[in-house]
Design a protein around this ligand. Structure first.
Ligand code: PMP
Length: 389
């Protein structure tokens, strides 16, 4: 019996504490946490620098109001803009919230152009953008939408990776293309640099906005601050969250001056958007992320992890069929049901997440070490050789 409205399939363990790359359950058992709060705890659980930043801010100013100015929000916005393509930043508290805002801005932007009839958005199969009404309609999985009809209108879904399908889907009302540069929940599917360049070219040719959902792939996960920086193909709007607040509810929408210009007083808002507690954590996280050599180290660790996984997959292709991903956003395609493999890993002390396409998602804290990965590999080896329950 639970009083929680409970739309989740939860594992039968209760997590009570976390430190670094480990969490402990209520029986005192320790797990290596490669779910990482679902790509959230970039610096591990309870990182002392983040704890100190939050504590310091909590003693100074919890919140003001968005009808007043706070320096914390101004500074973090500037730092994110300077580290990316963006001119302006808007802070939210969840991923879906800023996805929703991105979709609102498409409509608002075109209203101010010579083509105000443009409002539809081309979306991708298997995409995951969150659970607001607009986000489920933009998402690529029918399961997310089940029972919630009538849906928000205006989305035209094409196959992820198929540039011709995008061209064919463009009509007079099309305003934008929305894509995760690396699909997360969709099964760690990586958009190639050539495909992203193609999307940018098509968008430019037809005067469309290119929207990146980097809620999961952003904030250092791929060894760059944002995944798009691996290809250098910039969007017009980018949304990010998870690793930005490292567990504190925080998200951001980044955009260009051209789009931002259409946002005037009263056109959008949210009570806790840009509130100082989140800004303090986000700012401390960005300090850690942009410290000399940190992102290169994520690339190195990710390469090592993938190599080790590829070794075991080569030896046990019936259990592990394919390894894919960038940096520490890694997908492992399973032979047996991914749920059964995840359970077997958990029973041996390793927590991993699932994704579409019978994939296991490996999203460890970015501070994971080679020794942690070696320990995880012993567990993968064991599961690959033992029969699954
Ligand atoms: N977009 C992407 C790419 C995501 O991975 C997620 C979360 N898994 C979301 C949006 C939604 O974020 P939130 O759960 O914070 O609303």
């Amino acid at each position: 019996m639970t009083y929680l409205l409970d739309p989740y399939n939860r594992a039968p363990i209760e997590i009570v504490r976390g430190e670094g790359v480990h969490v402990w359950d209520s029986t005192g058992r320790r797990y290596l946490d490669f779910i990482g709060g679902m790509a959230v705890v970039a610096f591990g659980h309870c990182h002392p620098v983040l704890v100190a930043a939050l504590e310091r801010q909590a003693r100074t100013l919890w919140t003001a109001s968005n009808i007043l100015r706070t320096g914390e929000a101004e500074q973090l916005a500037e730092r994110l803009a300077r580290a990316s393509f963006a001119d302006k930043v808007f802070f939210g508290t969840s991923g879906a919230e800023v996805v929703d805002l991105a979709l609102k801005l498409v409509r608002r932007y075109f209203k101010s152009t010579a083509t105000p009839e443009r409002w539809r958005v081309i979306t991708m199969d298997n995409a995951y953008h969150g659970r607001t009404m607009a986000a489920i309609a933009a998402g690529g999985s029918a399961k997310l939408r089940e029972g919630y009809e009538p849906l928000v209108d205006g989305f035209d879904m094409v196959d992820f990776g198929d540039l011709d399908a995008v061209r064919a889907a463009i009509g007079p009302e099309t305003g934008a293309i929305l894509i995760e540069p690396i699909q997360g929940d969709g099964g760690i599917r990586v958009a190639s640099p050539a495909y992203l360049r193609g999307l940018r070219a098509v968008a430019d040719e037809h005067c469309l906005l290119l929207l990146y959902d980097e809620v999961q792939s952003g904030m250092g996960r791929t060894g760059k601050l944002f995944a798009y920086q691996n290809s250098g193909v910039a969007p017009d709007i980018l949304v990010t969250s998870k690793g930005l607040g490292c567990g504190f509810p925080l998200s951001a929408l980044l955009t260009t001056e051209a789009v931002a210009r259409t946002v005037g007083p009263g056109s959008h808002g949210g009570t806790l958007n840009g509130a100082p507690l989140g800004m303090a954590v986000g700012s401390a996280a960005l300090d850690l992320m942009l410290a000399d050599g940190f992102l290169d180290q994520v690339t190195e660790t990710g390469r090592y992890f993938k190599e080790r996984l590829e070794e075991v997959a080569a030896r046990r292709p019936e259990t592990f069929r394919e390894v894919r991903g960038v940096g520490l956003m890694i997908g492992l395609v399973c032979g047996p049901a991914n749920g059964a493999v995840a359970t077997a890993l958990r029973e041996r002390g390793l927590l991993v997440a699932q994704a579409s396409g019978n994939v296991l998602r490996l999203l460890p804290p970015l501070v994971v070490t080679g020794a942690d990965i070696d320990r995880a590999m012993e567990i993968f080896e064991d599961v690959a050789t033992a029969p699954l329950a």
